[in-house]
Unconditional design. Sequence first.
Length: 87
Amino acid sequence: MQGYVDLVIKPVWNMQELALSVTSSVIANGPYRVTIALNGFEPLNAISNHADAKIIARKDGSGLADLFISTENNTDATWKIIFSGTH
């Protein structure tokens, strides 16, 4: 899996909160993008402790979304995506 080495803390899915949490090593001023399989869920929001984060669902029917993280400094950024939906 490309980029898996960047994950300092591996993905954790919280079914009660419908949230995916991860910590990634992010390089300053570079585009950091993570593609997420939605599996029937809809992304509502992305947050990060040391970086700007946004999530955009693709409109091509692929069931994928892209998380974009940006930061001015090299950092280990903890990020979380909140979803809606039932499964």
